[in-house]
Write a protein that binds this ligand. Structure first.
Ligand code: NPG
Length: 364
């Protein structure tokens, strides 16, 4: 398959409600979409980088720049396959989210051309996936409980609470007291230090599924030390940027569970390798979320149907994020989302709507 060109597009979408994490409050998204134009057809990719480099070093303007100047030139006018993209891009260090976006677009084009869905390609073993929801930091416990109540009413099968120093034990206690044994986990987005081990151990009595990324991403050894001081399983997100990093972290005892985010690790193929590695090591994985539109969500839901994705993911319905998604919406039924079955991503962006929210377009 020959890559002729790549169309880049920035779109603006408001979130249905502000989403506060330990690294800031998001109220809207400025999203970079890429369309691979090949001699076999077209494919879509979504870049998960945020407006500012607060979750990881990547941010959307940087992703756009590196795609135009460093990534697309290494792929354009060449015979490529999705499986060769990461190798061709290896000379460029880092920039996993930008790399993931173009690899996703090439994979979508390739699978659409041969009439195969993402789910078939990944070896999905389920037609639908269990969904959890990520609940941001709230101003008061009362407001948090109201939000959690509404999500449980909608059928979500697991609640994840964002935590930070000063907003941890109390919200967890309040949710446990009000909602009983609902599957519950917390995510710190690197906000703590190893010295906070006693505080994190204070979460042990609440029977959480996991504590996600309590310490800064480079502190893998400290996570292994923390794992000996708390009973709740440690799950890593930000620290796991490659299959090698996943392998090292598991061997070191830094995590018992892994959050898989294809954007964070450079693409769906590296994410699949992490799934496979974790399956061999007996480490459960679950699908993370980066507030994706229907395009990224389609691919995430397909991957989450692989066998070792044994915990509910942050694969929530479209209406948890956006009043109107750019594809047909993903709708929750009985706490699950259906895996798309059409060729490639199996969803189509609504081009008229997309054009109406596009803030910039370019070709590389
Ligand atoms: O449902 O897509 C979702 C959001 C899940 O909490 C979520 N994502 O740290 O995992 C995270 C967090 C996040 C969102 C991180 C956006 C960075 C950007």
């Amino acid at each position: 398959m020959k890559l002729r060109s790549v169309e880049l597009r920035r779109i603006h979408l408001d979130l249905v409600s502000p989403f506060e994490t330990s690294f800031g409050v998001q109220t809207r998204r400025d999203i970079l979409l890429v369309k691979a134009i090949t001699d076999a057809g077209e494919g879509w990719g979504e870049c998960v980088a945020g407006e500012e480099p607060l979750y990881s070093p990547e941010y959307v303007d940087g992703a756009q720049h590196v795609l135009i100047h460093h990534l697309v030139p290494r792929l354009r006018d060449r015979e490529i396959a999705a499986e060769s993209v990461a190798t061709l891009l290896r000379p460029v260090h880092g920039h996993q989210m930008a790399k993931a976006a173009i690899e996703m677009a090439v994979l979508d084009a390739e699978l659409r051309a041969r009439g195969e869905s993402f789910g078939q390609f990944f070896g999905a073993t389920r037609a639908e996936v269990d969904c959890g929801v990520s609940v941001g930091i709230h101003a008061t416990i009362g407001e948090l409980l109201a939000t959690v109540d509404a999500y449980l009413e909608q059928g979500y099968r697991r609640i994840k609470l964002k935590i930070k120093p000063g907003w941890d034990v109390e919200p967890v206690r309040a949710v446990r007291e009000k909602f009983g044994d609902v599957p519950l986990q917390v995510d710190a987005n690197t906000a703590y230090s190893l010295a906070d081990a006693p505080l994190l151990a204070a979460l042990d009595p609440f029977d959480l599924l996991l504590i996600e990324q309590p310490l800064p991403e480079e502190q893998v050894l400290a996570h292994a030390k923390l794992a000996k001081l708390v009973k709740t399983p440690i799950c890593l997100d930000e620290s796991i940027t490659t299959v090698q990093a996943a392998s090292d972290a598991i061997e070191l005892g830094a995590c018992r569970i892994v959050n898989v985010k294809p954007g964070r690790v450079g693409g769906y193929l590296e994410a699949r390798a992490i799934h496979d590695l974790c399956a061999r090591r007996g480490v459960p994985v679950w699908m993370g979320g980066m507030l994706e539109t229907g395009l990224g969500r389609a691919a995430n839901v397909a991957m989450a149907a692989m066998p070792n994705f044994s915990l509910p993911g942050d694969t929530s319905a479209s209406d948890r994020y956006y009043h109107r998604d750019i594809t047909e919406p993903f709708v929750l039924h009985d706490g699950r989302l259906d895996v798309p079955t059409g060729p490639g991503l199996g969803v189509e962006p609504d081009m008229e709507y997309l054009d109406s929210i596009t803030t910039w377009k370019g070709v590389a």
